[in-house]
Design a protein around this ligand. Structure first.
Ligand code: KG4
Ligand code: ZN
Length: 379
């Protein structure tokens, strides 16, 4: 199936043209064209994503990326051989989602009018993150390595700037959210802590780099931050208390510790590195502990553990998750390739393929697609 996929839920505008066939557990995925424009640099000054600006940028970028994608694939823009268009309908920033949806529907109408009908199928962004683990970047190269296999049932730890969720994937298209954050998402906490340390958005990778520098210098640091909800009986998370603990640590250190001041009133590099490490250790420990609890509660039933979303690029997290996986026999770990950890259109196309395979009625559905900022995964 030839799929054009469009992603505009946050600060990445992305379009891909995919050819997907075969069984759901190991589809044969060919990427014919793949383009992405990140707005990260633009939003940096706001310390986060500014919705009206994101929308304007998506509108500007979409036609450019479409042309590039088609050029890469050697496709004709006027009458392309496409089976359907997959577009993210949520969750995300609604003004941003609408730009993608409107663009997709206009294209669908235009192409349908000039020949064969091209339906538009809504895709849940989180389903995209889940299935991002199916695609291997090398499989598109000359080596033709096969894509990954996904044995279900699976447990997914979804960690991004907007979400922190544990999802029980009972079957393709059949999900139950068994744990979620009660306040901030873990990626958001990384970003906010980075901001407190004077680092630019998105802060996740920068915090991680600082933390690694501290670890390379010394075996231990002399303080620890709280692990919110680590002992709670449920599978939920909370990161806002941890963020506040970082704020207090900065305040107290500024008051008491000569290391902090270094003349200008700014945090010393050493303090920043140690604080980043203490924060990363706390956040990762909670994520891993709750994932372990979920695996134990779901019993030996679970065949695959998926960790996906922007924060899955975190080295500390993947290291600890690998250790956890090795303690469960018959459990396979699936992490996305680095390029697919953050938002992209390839994952949206794969999720679209899985949606229409489990629910072919979607291709006949004529109803207009609506943006849904809080869309959740369901059965
Ligand atoms: O999935 P994503 O691209 O966008 C959303 O759907 O939210 O995730 C972006 C988030 C940001 O909060 C960013 O700081 C975080 O992923 N992130 C990381 C790392 N790389 C990206 N967090 C921790 N460590 C990283 N290496
Ligand atoms: Zn995302």
């Amino acid at each position: 199936m030839k799929i054009l996929s469009i992603e505009t839920s946050c600060d990445e505008t992305a379009i891909a043209l995919l050819d997907i066939s075969g069984e759901l557990a190991r589809p044969d995925i060919k990427v014919l064209g793949n383009t992405l424009l990140s707005q990260v640099a633009l939003h940096e000054q706001y310390g986060g994503v500014f919705p009206a600006l994101a929308m304007r940028e998506h509108q500007k970028n979409l036609p450019i990326l479409l042309e590039q994608t088609f050029k890469e694939a050697g496709y004709d823009l006027e009458q392309p051989d496409i089976d359907f268009i997959a577009v993210t309908s949520g969750p995300g920033l609604e003004p941003a989602l609408w730009t993608g949806i409107t663009f997709a529907e206009d294209l669908g109408k235009k192409w349908s009018a000039s020949g064969r009908k091209v339906p538009v199928v809504p895709v849940n962004h989180m389903e995209g993150h889940i299935y991002s683990v199916l695609y291997r970047t090398e499989s598109n190269s000359k080596s033709q390595a096969p894509n990954h296999k996904l044995d279900l049932p699976a447990l997914a730890l979804l960690v991004s700037g907007g979400h922190t969720e544990l999802v029980h994937i009972k079957d393709f298209g059949d999900y139950e959210i068994i744990g979620r954050t009660l306040d901030d998402a873990v990626g958001e906490a990384f970003d906010k802590v980075a901001r407190m340390l004077g680092l630019k958005y998105p802060g996740g990778p920068k915090i991680s780099e600082l933390a690694d520098k501290s670890r390379a210098k010394k075996p231990e640091i002399d303080f620890k931050l709280p692990r919110p909800m680590i002992h709670s009986q449920d599978l939920n998370f909370s990161f806002s208390g941890l963020k506040t603990a970082v704020l207090y640590k900065i305040r107290d250190t500024r008051r008491d510790d000569p290391r902090y001041a270094e003349g200008s009133g700014k945090a010393s590099e050493e303090f920043k590195q140690d604080l980043a490490r203490a924060f990363e250790d706390a956040a990762v420990e909670v994520l891993v502990k709750k994932t372990r609890k979920a695996l134990e509660e779901l019993d030996s039933d679970i065949k695959t553990l998926i960790v996906a979303g922007g924060v899955s690029a975190n080295r500390r997290l993947s290291h600890e998750i690998k250790k956890l996986t090795s303690q469960f026999s018959h459990l396979t770990l699936r992490l996305p390739d680095k390029a697919l950890t953050t938002d992209n259109a390839i994952m949206i196309g794969i999720a679209g393929f899985i949606s229409i395979s489990t629910n072919p009625g979607l291709l006949r559905n004529q109803a207009a697609i609506k943006a849904s900022g809080n869309l959740t995964l369901s059965s």
